[in-house]
Write a protein that binds this ligand. Structure first.
Ligand code: PNS
Length: 162
């Protein structure tokens, strides 16, 4: 099975890594699809988000990182993916994830969505929360891997200087 795990990954957290590690065991090949999404005005550029993902997944032999633009189903079709993987943290994720999965299925019947439930210890975690804590000088070492933590601190420092 070839699966795509799509997202903004701004930046990748331990919650994402949990889903990546478990998906890499389920799938023969896992493509992490990083959305080039200017509308969301991300903290990190597309290249930075891709680079951080490459760094923190370098020990997985069947995982590769690719940027994509446009519809997820078109990317999935181009890559001949069998499934899209999404993580569900809590019931609050369910509504929008269901809507997204159903829309994708309507657009492209061959694309199935597989949901993995996030480990309880990461159920509160999001990239947004990490950025908020970091912006106010909080400790984010338990939320993101060390290279990502460094990058966030540098980015926050850059922003303070502007
Ligand atoms: O990490 P995120 O921001 O929750 O990921 C959302 C993502 C990238 C999976 C979603 O926004 C997406 O697939 N965008 C691509 C555009 C698209 O296909 N939209 C229709 C799906 S309803």
């Amino acid at each position: 099975m070839r699966a795509i795990y799509p997202g903004s990954f701004d930046p990748v957290t331990y919650g994402h890594l949990d889903i990546i590690g478990r998906s890499a065991q389920l799938a023969d090949e896992l493509i992490i699809g990083v959305l080039k999404n200017n509308a969301k005005s991300p903290l990190f550029s597309l290249e930075e988000r891709v680079r951080m993902l490459e760094e923190v997944t370098k020990n997985y032999h069947n995982v590769k990182i690719e940027a994509f633009e446009g519809l997820l189903v078109d990317f999935a079709k181009r890559r001949k993916a069998d499934a899209v993987i999404r993580g569900l943290r809590a019931v609050t994720d369910f509504e929008s994830e269901l809507q997204m999965a159903q829309t994708n299925h309507k657009l492209e019947e061959s694309v199935e969505t597989i949901f993995l439930t996030t480990r309880l210890e990461y159920s509160y975690l999001s990239s947004t929360i990490v950025k908020e804590v970091a912006a106010f000088g909080g400790d984010i070492s338990q939320f993101v891997p060390e290279p990502v933590e460094q990058n966030i601190h540098e980015k926050m420092e850059e922003r303070r200087r502007v």
